[in-house]
Design a protein around this ligand. Sequence first.
Ligand code: PLP
Length: 396
Amino acid sequence: MSLANGRRHMALPGPSIMPDRVLQAMHQGAPDIYTTDLRDQVAEMVLDLKYIARTEAHVAIYISNGHGAWEAAMANTLSAGDKVLVPATGHFGLEWAQVARGQGLEVQLLDHGRQSPMDPERIRDVLKTDAAHEIKAVLAVHVDTASSVRSDIAALRRVLDDLGHPALLMVDCIASLGADEFQMDAWGADIMVAGSQKGLMVPPGLGFVFFNDRAHALRQSKECVPFYWDWTARIAPEALWQYFGGTAPTHHLFGLRAALDMIREEGIENIWARHKTLAQSVWAAVEHWGAPMALNIADPAVRSHAVTAVSIGAPDGDRLRDWVRDEAGVTLGFGLGAWSDADPTASGAFRFGHMGHINAHSTLGMLGAVEAGLVALGIPHVSGGVSAAAQVIAKG
Ligand SMILES: *Cc1c(COP(=O)(O)O)cnc(C)c1O
């Protein structure tokens, strides 16, 4: 007998759940890419992507994951030897810095640890000393999926503007796009990168780079950019292959079309609101269960609505995750990054992914499975976390 049999719930912070509509749209034979209207369809998808990102900027689509999108953004605008500032707020900021080093960029790391959002004043202090404007870009992660902290991108823009510093503001919305509110133009991002497999509910394999005219001017001033990463042809395509620098990812596009339809039908503001309420229900449960479980980010104002990182003490993070997967059919995310000196492998941490195709019942079910695991494993907690979550959901 297993209580895990039946439809499993994937609560990973990416890849997220793929809706049946997305899967069904992908379930077809190879199209004739030379006679279909796929090229026109991509042009429409570009408009929908801009709607989601709240921007009039350009979008280049790559056959890549988020790492590829990072590399594309930098390859079009920066050159080996250029300096970039990375105000890291967790594993993904540190990883982006690694990718930047791999491109020969000189990284100035401003590590914020794994429990705090970016501090605009610390960033101001660094940029103030850069009178020669050697820092060419600031690489900022909107939501760091490892720490689950959300940073204020508009505040970062204000710092750059106050100082008259010309560094490009590049933002990673790989975890947040389609889940947490993001406004590319109003908040002043020059470049924004995203991937298909988180808030956008499509399998991993598409990378998106949004860029404004300022960023594009930098591309145009560069003599050469690796052919595949060059975004120039991708924003003025005459043929489908130009969008993708080769054969189009046909089935990912079929899936993306279905996902964008779902997003348009719901409306991006409603999607942000749904994620916010469901995230609050997760926090209410964790706070109710109490010690040893604790939210990684203390201040609710800077918690992501797409993912929630939790500490529970080694090795119970791993034990609980294993139990809910094997006994209850729910897959949670593992703790990512060195959690503390006492827990370098983060076995005392785990993450609730709550991005994309999730709703009240799936969230309550996920929390119910965790509460059952706490009981089964004899981990101390105050019972009734699921009821606390239900109160949040009832208020809507
Ligand atoms: C998932 C993620 C990445 C990496 O994306 P891949 O598709 O795995 O390369 C980068 N940044 C953030 C914030 C992410 O959540």
